[in-house]
Design a protein around this ligand. Structure first.
Ligand code: PEP
Length: 243
């Protein structure tokens, strides 16, 4: 399975950064699929700059309805019009800061798929949940209730305590969780569950990418902080195994 290296710019970046960044990431190795998810306001500029390249463009959220009186929100068809092909949904920062429940994430994913976008559904346990031995249960529950019935997207396993902290789980824990997620996807979607990329996210950096990306059932990485520097994202992409 070809690995996907997805950069989540979160609420960082300015128009002035786009040209140099997109120019640099076009040198990404061909054995991975690269995807960049900038803030909404930069999508159009990224789409123009990436035209003709194989680098995909994604957003970081969408609304569950295609239009309506929802001040400050963005609808999935608008993202598609702006050039996005993917959308991150249910990131822990959305779940925590905006009270997004599994049901909300599922509704957004349905809207994304209807608009022709590929949803990247984020799941992951908090540190207290891991310490209590509940990580597997938490992630299975998030998967069961966040994924639409006809899910055709990507899953990102992002332990909340590893995001932006510089900490990563033990390799055995990543392997075990990715195996759990794969089993849940197959139980839910049959053979189609086998071909879904399961990304690992949480403090992926150039110096740990090779060992994280080599783990079984890791189908790529969702990269926050390190994706802001083109050279770091390129180093992570170069570290992906050729499977
Ligand atoms: C993220 O925002 O999805 C993320 C994984 O962030 P970081 O790489 O900075 O931990």
């Amino acid at each position: 399975m070809r690995q996907i290296i997805a950069g989540n710019w979160k609420m960082y970046g300015r128009l002035a950064d786009v040209a140099a960044y997109t120019g640099a990431i076009k040198a990404a190795p061909a054995h991975v699929s690269l995807l960049i998810c900038p803030p909404f306001i930069l999508l159009d500029r990224f789409a123009t700059a990436l035209k003709g390249s194989s680098i995909a463009l994604g957003a970081q959220d969408c609304h569950a309805t295609p239009d309506g009186a929802h001040t400050g929100d963005i609808a999935a068809p608008m993202l598609a019009e702006a050039g996005a092909t993917h959308v991150i949904l249910g990131h822990s920062e959305r779940r925590e800061n905006h009270g997004e429940t599994n049901a909300v994430v599922k509704a957004k994913a349905e809207a994304a798929q209807t608009a022709g976008l590929i949803p990247i559904i984020c799941v992951g346990e908090a540190e207290a949940e891991r310490n209590a031995g509940e990580a597997g249960h938490v992630v299975r529950t998030q998967l069961a209730h966040s994924l639409p019935e006809n899910f055709t997207g990507i899953v990102a396993y992002e332990p909340v305590w590893a995001i932006g902290t510089g900490r990563t789980p033990a390799e055995a824990d990543v392997t075990a969780m990715h195996a759990e997620i794969r089993a849940a996807l197959i139980a839910r979607l049959g053979a189609d569950g086998q071909s879904i990329n399961i990304l690992y996210g949480g403090s992926v950096k150039p110096d740990n990418a090779a060992r994280l990306l080599a783990l079984p059932e890791v189908g790529g990485a969702l990269v926050g902080g390190a994706s802001l520097k083109a050279e770091d994202l390129l180093a992570i992409a170069a570290a992906a195994p050729r499977r």
